[in-house]
Design a protein around this ligand. Structure first.
Ligand SMILES: Nc1ncnc2c1ncn2[C@@H]1O[C@H](COP(=O)(O)OP(=O)(O)OP(=O)(O)O)[C@@H](O)[C@H]1O
Length: 768
């Protein structure tokens, strides 16, 4: 009892120490907010002076003040989260943030008798704050001086003696968790003692209940993750790692880091490509929590083309055709072939120079053929086709023979052209004979099996043509259709007629200003959305779950980062694409010859060892020889197996979900084969209506098709019929591996007849 009281009093004292520091930080922040408000006000006044010099000055001031206000307001909550106590460094140089730059301790930082002193204490937070005397009150987590907070380990501690994670809410410090990097020094430090509280922050973070949104990991980023987050943005950063190794988290923190490093460069935008809208929604809050918004667009791969939000999935056989690079040949033919629609006119009659001139079907066909020569986008060829038609008409009119003088001949020709083109019927003919094609129109034309058969000759077999045409007759676009639309956009080109240009706002030129200025007619959010939509190329592209992109999707994503640097994260063992080699080829094409820096993440932070071990059995089948990531914790709860047997499957699944709802505080995900989604959602309707999670009234139970589970996680999961999931597609075992690795605490597997369960209910596929 007495011992516990002693621990509590040390803890209280340490919390009070950090509270003091936080109070000091808040006082300083308040001063800065006043300063910023003054600047804003002052800048607005100056803005009334209309000279160019005053405008430039206003821009710069408004920008700086806006940055301040924006950040201070959004990050007032919980922005101080770490502290490191450091030995004296090798050199005595300080960086711009007032911290010493040396990573390594001085040779004599630990004296021969084993004693040492703490030479520097740094607090780490979401943004940097300097005191009035320019000493650092808080170091931005992305600054070089903060790196030791993430990198230090007991094996390689550098200057760090103790790392502390501080939990705070608003202005109140709630607790501290320490990791000791140099335990041998603790008893021999000069001056103040350095107490150590708690079991470390990582375990505390991992054990927390999950909600429907991902949390940032800024206070517990691990050393191998930090290396990726801070990797220089040259060319391609390529990250592989098994389920739960933090790839998505790392990708998001890397976006924030890159913006901090070089905001000007990334004003060109960062695009994060995510596999599903569910994962987009799940991750959307992380960057704002790190203080970054506006510059980063997170888009599902089915929403990369404006105006289309595809969520439907094709069945695997169709998806395989639509994703394959063979489609490129088919689309090239379709883009040109779609000009020849059934209703196109097959003759042209005009009156010029008082004569009737006619072009017959065969002549028009030849002209079209000549105009289409080469590979230029079809819509851009319309002017060329128009010219060739006029040439042919002129030749027929005999006009060329009437004039030998070149100057007069040119004049004659030009008045001929004017005569013809001023007739409405000529324009009407051209519109019908060489219509402006749209990607949607061409895709619709491909729904005609006969036509598609012609365009796909020797590329797709008749069965593939039939299935593809049928799938294109559906009302909604599928996720795979989006890459086809995008490819068609490139093959067709923008319409030839000039678009109305948006008026340029001189303030647009100023980096980042759009995020900060309240704009007159549009809300800030609308404006950010519009700018994001108008943007077709990005300065940095991050691809999450990269193993899933099909060759056609790689082409689509590649077009958005032709001049970009890239971060590509993925796990081949989780690929739901059936022909990984083909996808790898397409990926290499999209990334070009840019050199790659490769990283591997090795620790599974999501699954307890008990679940990871079960998943490893499927990994061995899905990808023999592949390494499982190492799980860092164990819950002592083994996965549970239940066979449906003669019972009603609806009852069994409902019962198992209910059971897990009682055992965990957060979410329960029920993962089923894609074609069972609706049915199982029906089975579970109303199950948790009295236990909503509070975020927009969403319940704690979610039913997911196997392909939708990608990247997500739940406190507990029910995986329904592994065999059904595995049999769904050629990549089924890898998809099952994904399904089995979603739970942070508990996993229940429900086996159907097809699973051939043993007497303990363990499906054939999951037996040792
Ligand atoms: N350093 C960390 N500190 C705290 N939590 C972490 C850390 N790294 C990862 N996590 C947590 O582990 C879980 C898995 O992370 P994440 O989803 O990024 O993994 P992933 O590699 O993308 O997984 P998958 O391949 O299955 O999609 C998340 O809940 C994440 O917050």
């Amino acid at each position: 009892m007495a011992a516990q009281e002693a621990v509590d009093s040390v803890r209280d004292r340490e919390v009070a120490v950090e509270q003091d520091h936080l109070d000091q930080v808040y006082r300083r922040l308040e001063e800065k907010i006043h300063e910023a408000e003054f600047l804003m006000h002052d800048a607005a006044q100056r803005g009334q002076v209309g000279t160019p010099g005053a405008l430039a000055e206003r821009d710069a001031q408004v920008f700086r003040a806006g940055v301040h206000l924006n950040r201070l307001n959004s990050e007032f909550e919980d922005f101080l989260f770490g502290r490191i106590d450091l030995l004296r460094g090798k050199d005595g140089k300080k960086g711009p943030d007032g911290a010493y730059t040396s990573v390594e301790p001085a040779d004599d930082a630990v004296r021969p008798d084993g004693t040492a002193e703490i030479a520097e204490t740094l607090h780490i937070g979401r943004i940097g704050v300097l005191d009035a005397d320019y000493s650092p009150l808080v170091i931005d987590w992305r600054a070089p001086a903060a790196a030791p907070f993430y990198r230090a380990t007991p094996v390689d501690p550098g200057r760090v003696v103790r790392r502390r994670v501080i939990r705070s809410k608003g202005r109140r410090v709630l607790g501290v968790e320490d990791d000791l990097m140099r335990p041998e020094l603790i008893a021999t430090l000069d001056g103040a003692e350095l107490p150590v509280i708690g079991d470390g922050a990582l375990m505390a973070a991992l054990g927390q209940a999950r909600s429907h949104t991902m949390r940032d990991i800024v206070s517990s980023i691990q050393a191998e993750q930090d290396l990726v987050i801070r990797a220089p943005a040259a060319s391609v950063t390529y990250v592989e790692g098994g389920p739960g190794t933090g790839k998505t988290a790392v990708a998001l923190h890397r976006a924030a880091y890159l913006l901090y490093q070089d905001r000007r460069r990334y004003a060109g935008g960062i695009l994060i490509v995510s596999p599903t809208p569910l994962l987009v929604a799940y991750t959307e809050g992380v960057l704002p929590s790190l203080g970054e918004e506006g510059q980063v667009a997170i888009r599902a791969v089915g929403s990369l083309v404006d105006g289309v939000e595809a969520t439907a999935y094709d069945d695997p056989a169709v998806a395989r055709v639509k994703g394959s690079s063979r489609m490129l040949k088919v689309l090239r033919k379709a883009a040109r072939g779609a000009l020849e629609r059934g209703e196109a006119p097959d003759r042209l009659r005009v009156v010029a120079f008082g004569r009737r001139i006619e072009l017959e079907a065969e002549e028009l066909r030849r002209i079209r053929h000549a105009a289409l020569g080469g590979t230029a986008p079809v819509n851009l060829l319309r002017p060329r086709a128009r010219r060739l038609v006029l040439d042919a008409l002129y030749a027929k009119s005999g006009g060329a023979a009437r004039q030998t003088d070149p100057e007069l001949a040119a004049e004659l020709r030009s008045s001929f052209d004017e005569d013809v083109t001023s007739e409405d019927s000529f324009t009407a003919f051209l519109d019908a004979w060489w219509p402006e094609l749209t990607p949607r129109g061409v895709l619709a034309a491909m729904a005609d099996e006969k036509r598609l058969g012609r365009w796909a000759r020797r590329v797709l077999n008749p069965g593939e043509v039939r299935r593809l045409a049928r799938s294109l007759r559906r009302d909604a676009y599928s996720v795979h259709d989006v890459a086809l639309l995008d490819e068609l956009q490139t093959l067709l080109g923008a319409p030839a007629r000039p678009r109305r240009r948006r008026e340029l706002d001189p303030l647009d030129q100023l980096t980042g200003l759009e995020e900060l200025m309240p704009v007159r007619e549009e809300s800030q959010r609308e404006r950010a959305e519009r700018l994001a939509q108008e943007r077709t190329e990005y300065a940095h592209v991050i691809v999450d779950e990269a193993q899933d992109l099909t060759p056609m999707q790689w082409r689509m994503v590649g077009r958005r980062g032709r001049h970009a640097t890239w971060t590509v994260v993925g796990d081949p063992a989780q690929s739901s694409w059936s022909v990984p080699d083909e996808a790898a080829e397409a990926r290499d094409e999209a990334l070009g010859t840019r050199p790659r820096r490769r990283f591997t993440l090795t620790v599974n932070y999501r699954n307890p060892a008990e679940i990871a071990e079960l998943a490893a059995r499927v990994l061995a089948l899905a990808m023999p020889g592949a390494q499982s990531p190492r799980a860092v914790r164990s819950t002592g709860v083994e996965p549970r197996f239940t066979a449906v047997g003669d019972r009603d499957p609806a009852e069994v699944v409902r019962e198992e979900a209910r059971r897990l709802l009682e055992r965990v505080d957060g979410t329960v995900g029920v993962v089923v084969a894609m074609n069972r989604r609706e049915q199982v959602a029906g089975w579970l309707a109303g199950l948790d209506s009295d236990a909503p999670l509070g975020e927009g009234g969403r319940g704690r139970v979610v039913v997911l098709g196997s392909l939708e589970a990608k990247g997500l996680e739940y406190d507990a999961t029910v995986v329904v019929s592994p065999a059904e999931i595995a049999d769904e597609s050629p990549a089924g075992l890898r998809v099952l591996y994904v399904a089995l690795t979603r739970a942070t605490q508990q996993l229940t597997v429900v086996a159907g007849r097809r699973d051939e369960p043993d007497e303990a209910g363990v499906p054939d596929l999951l037996r040792d």
